[in-house]
Ligand binder design. Sequence first.
Ligand code: GRF
Length: 213
Amino acid sequence: MKSAVILISGRGSNMQALLEAKTGLDFRAVLSNRPEAKGLAWAAARGIATRTVDHKAHAARESFDAALADAVEAFGPDYVFLAGFMRILTEGFIRRFPHRILNIHPSLLPAFPGLHTHRRALAAGVKLHGATVHFVTPALDHGPILVQAAVPVLSGDTEESLAERVLAQEHRIYPMAARWLAQDRVEFRGADVVQPKGTGVSSDWVVSPRDSC
Ligand code: GRF
């Protein structure tokens, strides 16, 4: 059985979606850079190992990342899921887990990397927005895309209403990606293109407006 750990910084709703779904992955621990992250208490209450590596205890990003990588490695996971983990990881960390770190990002990458994606999507007037699960590489929010889900932007949407519609899809596609990894169905085609085996193209998983409203 393949194993994983989850890194969070806050609420942890994606963490919860991963832990509650039947993914076939052995989630061994939840780690956070913030001791007060709400998701930590939720995981601990369910008997899942939790660890905090507080970034404030480290003057340099490199030393925090080295401590975090050691804490992750102690659980010997095959995969590391970033789920609302709000620190930019150094190349040093990423190179310790090549092709093994995943992230969920609340936009249809490569559109809107970085923060405030819903606000920026509304300001840009896009008609489709969504979420992306991708492998993490040193290029922020630009690693190989595994799965995306699109939602319509509706007239009258606020940042909050759009975020809520996107989040519902995040909770669907992150466990889906976990399941594919558990089943060893994820195939790299070159450095940048990754595809689940046996499902055709990943646009199979783009939801139509009818599904998502
Ligand atoms: C999610 O929207 C995720 O895509 C982004 O940060 C948010 C975290 O939410 N990276 P949660 O902590 O999973 O509830």
